[in-house]
Design a protein around this ligand. Structure first.
Ligand code: ATP
Length: 369
């Protein structure tokens, strides 16, 4: 029995806009689920339907196997953390944390105990007397998270909680939220457009686009076994490289303008003979991740020659932006192997790291792995 179950959930706003289509998901107790996708894909709408802040146009939402479509937000036992923090500016950190419990009529002693315990988890003990305006963005965000966890509800819903923080604070809060989840074991649904947050925090990621779920899976599954070009391009930084080509005999002739051949990929070690036969003359897309290439030749590789356009030394690696005929790609290499700009470079894609996609449907084609 799943703890939360979303069955064929749809959202059609009063203006007729269909924001979420047939959303199906079962969430186990204690899971950390991340909804990720570009702006406008329906992440917040789905989260708000779970919270009860937005009504469900079609479909069923169950909590503990009980239909919850019409339950009020209060009765759903959920706590929500917003991007805007939503703190009371005139109340101290202590009172902000205590607010929900005071409303519920919880005993003063119990409130005090819980406020101190929560402040300890979040490193806020020294700030309990301060007003929110005297806190940094990261500290305010901690108070917002604290207000959710102090209620000890079953489900935390977080909508882009880190987006107002600078890059460094985001990394710190990311690991703090993961740590809090480990301690509280509360079922968490976390919305972000940042694939790194999704990859580092989630037990399972739900990738969305245009109101539709694209794929649900662990970070590992999504990274190594994306079902389509959208997921392959969304998960991973820099994103997967894509190059169009035509299947000709046992090869994929990669060509952006249809005239000059940019690269030739031997398909025999990658695709079954049956599929190669079936795909003769068809357009397919080659995909490879910037980090899966090698500059040294090894067995079972596809060699590709390119021109180095630009290099970016990042410290632990260098991003190398290259032109392969009319195609562009980015390669991640060891900083000690950074090539000179405006030179020719040969690199190798191990066959096991080659992805192929259908040109029309953009769905992945099963390769020999
Ligand atoms: P973001 O990351 O920008 O917050 P999101 O994935 O959370 O995006 P939603 O806020 O869920 O996206 O919005 C999904 C779609 O629904 C968007 O196209 C948005 O414009 C539309 N939408 C949101 N609220 C309403 C509304 N009240 N009426 C009509 N359309 C809406």
């Amino acid at each position: 029995m799943a703890y939360l179950k979303l069955k064929d959930i749809n959202k059609i706003y009063p203006n007729g806009f269909h924001a979420v289509h047939d959303f199906n998901l079962e969430i186990e107790k204690g899971e950390f689920i991340v909804f990720v996708g570009p702006s406008g894909c329906g992440k917040s709408t789905t989260l708000r339907m779970i919270a009860g802040l937005e009504n469900i146009s079609k479909g069923e939402f169950y909590i503990n196997d009980q239909l919850a479509n019409d339950k009020s937000p209060r009765d759903r036992e959920v706590a929500m953390v917003f991007q805007s923090y939503a703190l009371y500016p005139h109340l101290s950190v202590y009172d902000n944390l205590a607010f929900g419990l005071t409303l519920q009529g919880v005993d003063e002693d119990v409130i005090e105990e819980r406020v101190y315990a929560t402040a300890k988890i979040l490193g806020l003990t020294d700030y309990l007397d301060r007003k929110p305006r005297a806190l940094s963005g990261g500290q305010r965000q901690r108070v917002a998270v604290g207000r959710a966890i102090i209620r000890k509800v079953g489900v935390f819903l977080m909508d882009e909680p880190l987006s107002n923080l600078d890059a460094k604070q985001r990394v710190t809060m990311r690991s703090e939220i993961t740590q809090i989840h480990r301690e509280t074991k509360a079922t968490t649904i976390y919305v972000t457009h940042d694939q790194t947050e999704a990859m580092t925090m989630a037990d399972r990621i739900v990738v969305m686009k245009d109101g539709y779920i694209q794929q649900v899976g662990s970070p590992y599954e999504l990274y190594f076994n994306p079902v389509n070009m959208f997921v392959a391009g969304f998960i991973g930084e820099p994103p997967m490289n894509f190059m169009r080509g035509i299947v000709d005999g046992n090869t994929l002739k990669v060509s952006e303008n249809g005239m000059d051949i940019d690269a030739v990929v031997d398909l025999a070690p990658v695709l079954s003979a049956q599929l190669i036969e079936q795909y003769q003359g068809k357009k397919k897309v080659l995909g490879f991740r910037p980090e899966s290439i090698s500059l040294a030749e090894q067995d079972g590789c596809t060699p590709i020659t390119c021109d180095v356009e630009l290099t970016e030394l990042l410290g632990d690696n260098t991003n190398v932006y290259v032109n392969i005929g009319n195609s562009k790609a980015v390669l991640k290499v060891d900083p000690h192997d950074t090539p000179e700009m405006d030179t020719e470079l040969k690199f190798f894609i191990p066959n096991k790291h080659i992805y192929l996609f259908d040109y029309q449907t953009e769905k992945v084609i099963p390769t020999k792995k």
